[in-house]
Design a protein. Structure first.
Length: 237
């Protein structure tokens, strides 16, 4: 799994997620099979369950929204544990919970088995617009730079005796955010000039262009092929 070319895994992920979304929400067993398929992939890739569980917390805000649907959706209503809940809201909450969780888990498996640089090269090989790929590459590259700049500004504040303790300090934090924006903008200008001086003409050079063999394509297609079978069965049974 880790050695597969990134563009193969990206296509497999996209196809699998589309199949999950296309599955009727009434087919509970189908979503259980999808989860089992992802568990098999995680085991084959040797991704620890605890690793995935910690990162699945990213979907908590969406789950909170889903849990509100049964209370705010329209009639008809039903009673569950002495609570009057909307039937359409319950179906909508289940739809978001099942499909969203499977999509997030599949994306985390891709991220756990693929380096960021390989993901960007995979997107480029899939003919994603060059500008979008470069924006993503710069964002990843300079996220640590901006984080380091913010850390130095925080240390400078604390060395002068500043500690944020309440709303009265929000003004200082707002000025910090403004100063950080100006510094990152100026850093971007300097980086751009440095790139131009080294021959940058709108595209980044690619040192190694990886291609996939038939065996690698077949391995990457295993998950979406099994997902296609489950989706067809969900619509026909």
């Amino acid at each position: 799994m880790h050695a597969l070319p990134a563009h193969c895994k990206i296509l497999a992920l996209l196809t699998f997620v589309l199949l999950v979304v296309a599955t009727p929400r009434e087919a509970f067993w189908a979503f259980a099979l999808y989860a089992a398929l992802l568990a098999v992939v995680a085991a084959a890739a040797r991704v620890p369950p605890a690793f995935l569980a910690r990162r699945m917390l990213i979907e908590v805000p969406f789950l909170a929204f889903a849990l509100l649907l049964p209370f705010v959706a329209e009639d008809p209503r039903t009673t569950v544990l002495s609570l009057s809940l909307s039937e359409s809201g319950l179906w909508g909450a289940w739809n978001i919970l099942a499909k969203g969780t499977l999509g997030v888990a599949a994306s985390l498996l891709l991220a756990a088995t693929t380096e960021i640089r390989d993901l960007l090269l995979g997107l480029r090989r899939l003919r994603l617009p060059q500008l979008l790929v470069q924006i993503a590459a710069f964002m990843v590259r300079y996220a640590d730079v901006i984080t380091g700049e913010l850390r130095r500004m925080r240390i400078a504040r604390e060395s002068r005796g500043f500690t944020a303790r309440g709303p009265r300090h929000w003004g200082v934090l707002a000025k910090t955010a403004g100063a950080l924006f100006i510094r990152t903008y100026e850093r971007g200008e300097r980086v751009h000039l440095a790139m131009l001086s080294r021959g940058y003409a709108g595209t980044m050079p690619v040192i190694d262009e990886l291609s996939a063999t038939r065996a690698q394509w077949a391995l990457a297609a295993a998950l979406p092929s099994a997902g296609l079978l489950v989706c067809v069965m969900a619509w026909t049974l």
